[in-house]
Ligand binder design. Structure first.
Ligand code: NDP
Ligand code: A1CAB
Length: 287
């Protein structure tokens, strides 16, 4: 349950946010505080470091994670008490299970709040960090190489704030918005958790290659590059995945033999549906 916190006024007027400090480029300066530089936080931070107009601050209790954040140019802090209260955007990237404990001190900071935590809704966040513009974003780890997918849901956010969110998500990949927060758990199940399903498929494909007699290194190379190449083609070819699938599938050929197994009685589709539903349901539980 959300802990109560003193009501905080949206303490970052627009002139401070994006009006006053212009960079040499089109964007204005903004100070972004990342709370939690773990797997997801650091993946985003690496991209943000490429945006020369962001002042990046990071809080994380683990020294090694602070060191790698410092290495990409962030100011790093071990504890919230040390952080300058000069924030335009506070990005909460800690586990949902610790959000109730971690977030309340940031009620005293200026700026908007962006949370990437699965399952934690805007109403709960507002109870923790006070009345201010709050944006939920569901990113994924390919953000680390600028290939992420981020989906946002905003409450109380004007166009300027949305533009800052899109700047943060755009530098690490593609961005989409939803208007119904109830869909965020479904988004989490598809694109937030999705990379893990794909990595598992690579593991399965490589393992199958080994069982067919390939050396482990070669099997992994084939599986990894096949998934990467197919993913890139699916994105760039401008054709539906089904069309691309048919282009591989010669009638009576090898692919048809494999697909007959994969699609037999809809087993794979059912399995993927069940996996996505499990992820969505877990998101609901976390909330
Ligand atoms: N991993 C992913 O692919 C995705 C994750 N998310 C969301 O991102 C969030 C983070 O997940 P993930 O990066 O995987 O988790 P991690 O555990 O890798 O990262 C969280 C980090 O936050 C740190 N932390 C704990 N307490 C504090 C605190 N008081 N102040 C600052 N930092 C603190 C943790 O330190 P310590 O370990 O010492 O506790 C850890 O380094 C989750 O809410 C998750 O739902 C969303 C989309 C994708
Ligand atoms: O597994 C999780 O809960 C987080 C959210 C999406 C990806 N990782």
């Amino acid at each position: 349950m959300a802990t109560s916190s003193p009501p905080v006024i949206w303490a970052c007027p627009p002139w401070r946010l994006w009006g006053a400090r212009k960079t040499g480029r089109a964007e204005t300066m903004a100070t972004v505080l990342l709370v939690g530089a773990g797997n997801m936080g650091f993946a985003m931070l690496k991209g943000w470091a490429k945006d020369g107009g962001l002042r990046l601050m990071v809080v994380d209790p683990t020294e090694a994670l602070r060191d790698r954040a410092a290495a990409v140019g962030a100011e790093v802090y071990a504890d919230v008490a040390e952080v300058p209260r000069e924030t335009d955007m506070i990005v909460l990237a800690v586990k949902p299970q610790v959000m109730d404990k971690v977030a309340p001190p940031y009620a005293e900071f200026p700026g908007a709040v962006m949370s990437v935590a699965a399952g934690v809704g805007v109403a709960r966040l507002r109870g923790l960090v006070g009345e201010r513009p709050i944006v939920r974003v569901m990113p994924n780890t390919p953000a680390a190489i600028g290939q992420g997918m981020s989906v946002g849901y905003a409450e109380g956010a004007d166009d300027t704030l949305r533009a800052l969110v899109e700047r943060l998500t755009g530098v690490v990949g593609e961005t989409a918005w939803i208007e119904d927060e109830g869909l965020m758990d479904a988004v989490t199940a598809i694109s937030g958790s999705g990379p893990a399903y794909v990595f598992h498929f690579i593991e399965c494909l490589a393992s199958a290659g080994e069982k067919l007699g390939l050396a482990p290194e070669l099997a992994l190379q084939l599986a990894r590059q096949t998934v990467a190449g197919a993913g890139a083609l699916a994105r760039e070819a401008g054709e539906a995945p089904g069309v691309l699938r048919e282009q591989v599938t010669s009638p009576g050929g090898t692919t048809a033999a494999a697909l007959a197994v994969l699609r037999e009685t809809g087993a794979l589709e059912r399995l993927v549906n069940e996996a996505a539903e499990a992820a969505r349901d877990r998101g609901r539980e976390l909330g």
